[in-house]
Design a protein around this ligand. Structure first.
Ligand code: NAD
Length: 300
């Protein structure tokens, strides 16, 4: 299949590499030149813009930071047309970014008006899952589009869910990430409490993993440096899932809660913690660096 892949960040790069490895003809674009070069070295073709990449493609996959970027790509921005108006062909449009369900619905409606099929297909599984090709895809959109996208998504992921109409993939993803934000901050809190009371973080982690406190953040993404080889905590919290992106997702959960008159006290707490952590200068570190918020003044 001829695929245009737009957005080669921490997630997009390994996802695009898996599409190349699966034998697809992949043309990539990102605003960062070094990201394009890295993909070229893996066998992808380069394009000078998203529009050039998408020209003649069967499928466009996007993996961008937030709703503003996704709407800009498809619907246009600052007077520049988006792909919906610039393309002559009608590739299947698959956006895997995590954005507001309403933004996904807006892009989906604009796409449908112009004869495109748009799917929101956010992912779970982190950079590790993206590299291993074991991501979970949570797809919102028409059944035929889902069926068309499924073989492609299987080259990048293991569990592919059809959540419902356009936007529902984002709703499920945002619920999941609200829970993840709560679990990561709770895990960091428990580790800090144990260490302050004389526990070795690795020993405490192992005990909790085998006990009722076990959870994804603790089991595969341990936030304490040195406890888990390969975790972002063990490489100075570089790469991974940025604090700013988690803060964004918790903000999306908050907006969903406001709109549906839901109460999310734990999610609100997590949102405030990650927003504070970002404001203190950790926005570009992996989100497990929330651990450092609990370690302030440790040496005093
Ligand atoms: P990132 O910040 O590492 O990468 C985003 C990339 O998009 C960057 O390379 C940036 O240059 C590029 N970009 C921005 N605007 C662009 C444009 N107009 N055209 C082309 N490229 C553009 O982010 P990421 O960690 O890869 O996450 C991407 C999305 O996936 C986010 O919505 C995030 O919330 C979600 N997500 C991330 C993870 C994770 O573990 N990192 C996991 C699940 C979901």
């Amino acid at each position: 299949m001829k695929i245009a892949f737009i957005g080669l960040g921490n997630m997009g790069s390994p996802m695009a590499i898996n599409l190349v490895k699966a034998g697809h003809d992949v043309t990539v674009f990102d605003l960062v030149e070094s990201a394009i070069q890295a993909l070229e070295a893996e066998g992808a073709k380069r394009a000078a813009s998203a529009e050039v990449a998408a020209k003649g493609a069967d499928v466009v996959v996007s993996m961008l930071p937030a709703g503003v970027h996704v709407k800009g790509l498809y619907m246009g921005r600052d007077g520049n047309p988006g792909l919906l108006d610039a393309l002559e062909g009608k590739p299947l449009l698959v956006d895997s970014s995590t954005i507001a369900p309403d933004d996904a619905r807006q892009v989906g409606a604009a796409a449908a008006e112009r004869g495109f099929t748009y799917l929101d297909a956010p992912v779970s599984g982190g950079v590790g899952g993206a590299k291993a090709g074991t991501l979970t895809f949570i797809v919102g959109g028409a059944e035929e589009g889902y069926a068309q996208a499924k073989p492609l998504l299987e080259a990048m992921g293991k569990n592919i869910f059809h959540a419902g109409e356009v936007g529902s993939g984002q709703v499920a993803k945002i619920c999941n990430n609200m829970l993840l934000g709560i679990l990561m901050s709770g895990t960091a809190e428990a580790l800090a409490l144990g260490v302050k009371n004389g526990m070795d973080p690795a020993v405490l982690s192992e005990i909790m993993k085998q006990s009722s406190g076990g959870n994804w953040a603790l089991n595969v993404y341990n936030p304490w440096p040195g406890v888990m080889e390969g975790a972002a905590a063990s490489r100075d919290y570089q790469g991974g899932f940025l604090t700013d992106l988690m803060a964004k997702d918790l903000g999306l959960a908050w907006e969903l809660a406001l709109g549906s008159k839901s109460t999310v006290p734990m999610g609100s707490q997590a949102r405030n913690l990650f927003a504070l952590h970002s404001a203190q200068g950790s926005g570009q570190l992996d989100f497990s660096s929330i651990q450092t918020l609990y370690r302030q003044g440790e040496d005093k």
